[in-house]
Design a protein around this ligand. Structure first.
Ligand SMILES: *[C@@H]1O[C@H](CO)[C@@H](O)[C@H](O)[C@H]1NC(C)=O
Ligand SMILES: *[C@@H]1O[C@H](CO)[C@@H](O)[C@H](O)[C@H]1NC(C)=O
Ligand SMILES: *[C@@H]1O[C@H](CO)[C@@H](O)[C@H](O)[C@H]1NC(C)=O
Ligand SMILES: *[C@@H]1O[C@H](CO)[C@@H](O)[C@H](O)[C@H]1NC(C)=O
Ligand SMILES: *[C@@H]1O[C@H](CO)[C@@H](O)[C@H](O)[C@H]1NC(C)=O
Ligand SMILES: *[C@@H]1O[C@H](CO)[C@@H](O)[C@H](O)[C@H]1NC(C)=O
Ligand SMILES: *[C@@H]1O[C@H](CO)[C@@H](O)[C@H](O)[C@H]1NC(C)=O
Ligand SMILES: *[C@@H]1O[C@H](CO)[C@@H](O)[C@H](O)[C@H]1NC(C)=O
Ligand SMILES: *[C@@H]1O[C@H](CO)[C@@H](O)[C@H](O)[C@H]1NC(C)=O
Ligand SMILES: *[C@@H]1O[C@H](CO)[C@@H](O)[C@H](O)[C@H]1NC(C)=O
Length: 784
């Protein structure tokens, strides 16, 4: 994977490193040792540790060595342990009775991924009942869900900045009794840092330190405190208290910053740490075994919802992905698991976290932009965007194209991008430089322009970035333009002997259209593990989101260069959209405590909208209609999700049966002789891979709406196939009643292109509707 990281507040790419393990002691490496089926439920962790220790005693020479080599014993997520072993010892363990597998652990790295976003999704009004002025209309869902006050959200990330006003516990009731977690003491995060908002905090270093050696305490706190900003930002999106008059650097996005479930409780599990010697924006690393232990503890501690940040980039099987497996055990404990789709878009099949027991979330824009236009000397204004709090004086200055003002000897393929040490100060001084986007970090280009003496810089999209215009907090006056406007600027520069321009100050603009629109970075389907499951599930606000920040890291996350301190920051990524959906899950769980994780996901998926605020189908960065491979069923809508009418439910056992079919027999046990088809998993969407003329698929819905109701079937297929349901009317006489139906998808042979392309998918929808609910499912089909 390219190490050419885009450093800025938007579009940080989900970095997945699959590094070979380097050990610090002997030839020891981290291994995961797995026994068979789960049997630990009743045992104490201490008993489990003793068992694991006894295995290690069989391969290690001394008692001390055995003790020291045991990194983690797992209870819920995984029947086994993590240990430092030599390849020889690992080999010997793998031959022992009861041991199912011994695998070298891998390390993963992730990078990333609110005032406006909640209003935008319809949860408007002061959302926090203790906020002043709380007599405005509160949204029904929030009030009925008691703002999430009984719900505990486990945040597995890089910690939290507990001193932010967003995590105040003022006015909050006592910690829910079911909570069994701890507030682990560490550097600058004593046990007293927890309160009735942040009710628990732990950190996990065993995996990280066995790979990289001891944590460099200059780079991060040896505690649950967040030095980087990411964990603080996402935690406040889920459950931040209302903080009025919050804004980013320079006053952008001013408004009330608030989480989606402002009274929900936060349990912080810090499992991600800085890559040694690299700037933060290169991503943090999260060792697998640390993540797994964090999930394990979250289950034991009693969380209700887990916001999970890590995913394998290229998983081939669910069983290779210990995180997917950990999540499955969370589901078994009735915990909702919400994960990001990743920031590797817009490439097809770039999606992570595709397991059907996870809610997989893409990222899209909100209807707020930060306009910072460019005034040309010929009188035309060009639209640009920026959240840079620095302005040019009120006068026109020479405008130059980077490729015209470079030092000699810059290779043609890196010309024009303002890469480090490429600009010629004698040609740049006092001018505005137009730098192309496509290579090199965005904010870094501004630093290069500054180095060469430019007074301002413009980031111009190349063709691939099209209309995806980022808003960055640069270090000199700056703005960014789309591809079309980049061409206009180049044309202008070449059309006149003295091109001149002025960057006008940026301002926050609401009700922008069209919105939402898919973010270019949001990872896309199809699902590479199982083409029978449509992913992502849903999209949510993930572009330019305002939320709380750490006091230890600048707004660009470039720790070493950016010394600016902000309390709130604007950031983008599927890491920002995921906690929006976590918050919605919190509210649904609070309102309907008996709903399963699958029921909550179904409510979210079938109530999502695929249109934008112009009434048209949602678009992506190209301006064209997007598809369910980017948006899932569409943009989440928590209010509608709280009254979904029908739900597609599924249990832990259904997932095991599903796994039997995928031959994942070391996760699923006691598989029946006749496995169900994987596409028969009762999922609220349908994907058919390589359809050979026709296929029938079973589904079951449960009535959670009105007791007496009649739902009719409506199909919206594309011309390439038809969708019918049998029966096509579902009658219910009471709540909780289930009805089965069969969906038949049939290809329209004459409509298919003559040259068959089994990679190409066609998309349609089907809907069940009574007068009050629209229960909609996307359908994706490819043909043989
Ligand atoms: C591992 O097994 C090999 C042969 O199976 C044996 O020679 C060796 O002593 C064993 N090592 C340990 C550490 O048990
Ligand atoms: C609160 O309610 C009172 C009485 O209905 C009204 O006068 C006042 O304007 C309200 N305040 C806000 C902030 O809505
Ligand atoms: C808490 O951790 C800090 C930093 O590691 C340490 O100095 C302090 O002694 C610890 N306090 C307790 C009560 O363990
Ligand atoms: C919001 O904060 C800014 C400065 O941060 C201040 O100038 C302004 O008066 C505040 N507005 C309100 C309504 O408190
Ligand atoms: C929540 O999940 C997202 C996406 O999976 C991740 O990027 C983010 O860091 C998580 N936030 C917290 C606080 O755990
Ligand atoms: C630019 O071209 C050179 C020589 O052909 C090649 O080695 C290099 O990888 C190219 N760089 C990029 C960023 O494409
Ligand atoms: C100014 O230049 C731009 C870019 O060449 C062009 O699109 C625009 O029409 C020009 N405006 C006027 C008033 O000539
Ligand atoms: C599972 O195994 C069976 C029998 O070996 C095989 O026919 C089938 O194709 C396998 N399924 C998958 C998804 O690998
Ligand atoms: C498609 O279905 C037809 C008729 O059912 C069958 O003859 C044919 O072998 C199938 N093709 C493939 C590739 O399975
Ligand atoms: C496929 O080819 C046939 C015969 O050449 C032609 O009549 C038909 O229109 C083509 N179908 C499509 C979708 O292009």
């Amino acid at each position: 994977m390219s190490m050419n990281i885009i450093i800025s507040t938007t579009c940080l790419f989900l970095l997945i490193l699959l590094l070979p393990l380097v050990s610090c002691t002997k030839n020891n490496q981290v291994y995961l040792i797995e026994f068979g089926q789960h049997i630990n439920g009743e045992k104490t962790l201490h008993e489990i540790e003793n068992t694991h220790h006894s295995y290690l005693l069989l391969v290690k020479e001394t008692e001390e060595e055995a003790r020291a080599s045991l990194l983690y014993s797992y209870k819920h997520t995984f029947n086994g342990f993590a240990a430092l072993l030599t390849p020889n010892e690992a080999n010997n363990l793998s031959g022992m009775e009861g041991v199912v597998s011994v695998t070298k652990s891998q390390i993963k790295s992730y990078s990333l991924h609110t005032t406006r976003s909640w209003k935008f999704v319809g949860l408007d009004g002061p959302l926090d009942p203790f906020e002043e002025k709380s007599n405005e209309t509160n949204s029904d869902l929030l009030a009925k869900a008691k703002y999430g006050q009984d719900i505990i959200v486990g945040m597995i990330d890089n910690g939290v900045w507990p001193d932010s006003k967003s995590f105040s516990d003022e006015g909050m009731g006592p910690v829910p009794q079911k909570w069994k977690g701890v507030c682990q003491n560490g550097t600058d995060f004593g046990s007293s840092k927890c309160n009735r908002k942040i009710i628990g905090a732990r950190y996990y270093l065993q995996g990280y330190e066995s790979l990289y050696g001891p944590l460099n305490e200059q780079e991060d706190y040896k505690s649950a405190r967040d030095k980087d900003g990411h964990g603080t930002h996402t935690a406040s999106i889920v459950a931040g208290r209302a903080v009025q008059n919050a804004s980013a650097l320079g006053g952008f996005a001013r408004g009330t910053a608030i989480g989606g479930a402002p009274l929900a409780r936060l349990a912080i599990y810090k499992a991600c740490w800085p890559i040694k010697g690299k700037s933060k924006s290169d991503g943090n690393v999260c060792a697998n075994i640390d993540m797994l232990k964090a999930i394990d503890d979250a289950i034991e501690d009693g969380v209700d919802v887990i916001n999970l940040s890590i995913g394998y980039h290229n998983p081939l099987k669910y069983e290779d992905d210990v995180i997917a497996r950990g999540a499955l055990q969370a589901i078994r404990n009735n915990i909702v698991v919400v994960c990001s789709a990743g920031n590797s878009g817009p490439v097809a099949s770039s999606l992570s976290n595709p397991a059907p027991w996870i809610i997989t979330v893409g990222a899209s824009t909100v209807d707020r932009t930060f306009l910072a236009p460019i005034k040309l000397a010929n009188g035309t204004n060009i639209e640009g965007r920026s959240i840079t709090p620095l302005y040019m004086e009120n006068s026109l200055r020479p405008l130059v194209l980077a490729s015209d003002v470079e030092l000699a000897g810059i290779a043609a393929n890196s010309s024009g991008y303002c890469l480090d040490n490429t600009l010629d100060p004698s040609k740049v001084k006092g001018k505005i430089v137009l730098c192309l986007r496509g290579q090199g970090g965005r904010v870094i280009k501004g630093l290069e322009a500054q180095r060469a003496g430019a007074i301002a810089f413009i980031l111009g999209n190349n063709k691939a970035y099209a209309n995806d215009v980022p808003s960055d907090p640069n270090f000199i006056p700056a703005t960014a333009v789309n591809y079309e406007n980049t061409l206009k600027l180049i044309q202008y520069i070449h059309s006149t002997p003295n091109p001149m321009a002025q960057l006008l100050p940026g301002r926050t603009v609401l009700d922008a259209k069209p919105a939402p629109s898919m973010a270019i970075f949001s990872s896309r389907g199809p699902n590479i593990i199982d083409p029978n499951i449509l992913k992502p599930d849903i999209t949510a606000p993930g572009v330019d989101i305002l939320a709380a920040w750490t006091a230890e890291d600048g707004p660009t996350r470039m720790t070493f260069q950016d010394k600016r301190v902000v309390k709130y920051n604007i950031f983008s990524g599927t890491s920002m959209s995921c906690p929006h959906v976590s918050a919605a899950a919190v509210l649904l769980k609070a309102r309907y405590p008996t709903w399963s994780p699958a029921a909550i996901r179904s409510a979210l998926i079938t109530s999502a909208r695929s249109t934008d605020n112009t009434g048209n189908q949602m678009t992506d960065e190209t301006g064209k209609s997007t598809t369910p491979f980017a948006m899932g069923s569409g943009h989440f809508n928590p209010k509608r999700a709280s009254n979904p009418g029908l739900i597609y439910d599924a249990s832990y056992n259904d997932y095991l049966l599903y796994l039997c079919n995928l031959n994942s027999t070391n996760i699923a046990y006691n598989c029946p002789n006749q496995d169900p088809e994987p596409f028969d998993l009762n999922y609220p969407s349908i994907q058919i891979n390589k359809l050979n003329y026709t296929k029938t698929i079973k589904r079951t819905v449960t009535n959670v709406g009105r007791s007496k109701s009649v739902y009719k079937f409506i199909a919206n297929p594309p011309k390439e196939f038809t969708i019918i349901a049998t029966p096509s009317v579902l009658k219910f006489t009471h709540v909780g009643q289930k009805r089965n139906f069969v969906i038949t998808v049939t290809g329209n042979r004459e409509q298919l292109p003559n040259k068959s392309d089994s990679e190409k998918y066609y998309f349609g929808w089907y809907t069940w509707t009574d007068k009050h609910h629209v229960v909609r499912s996307p359908v994706a089909v490819s043909f043989q």
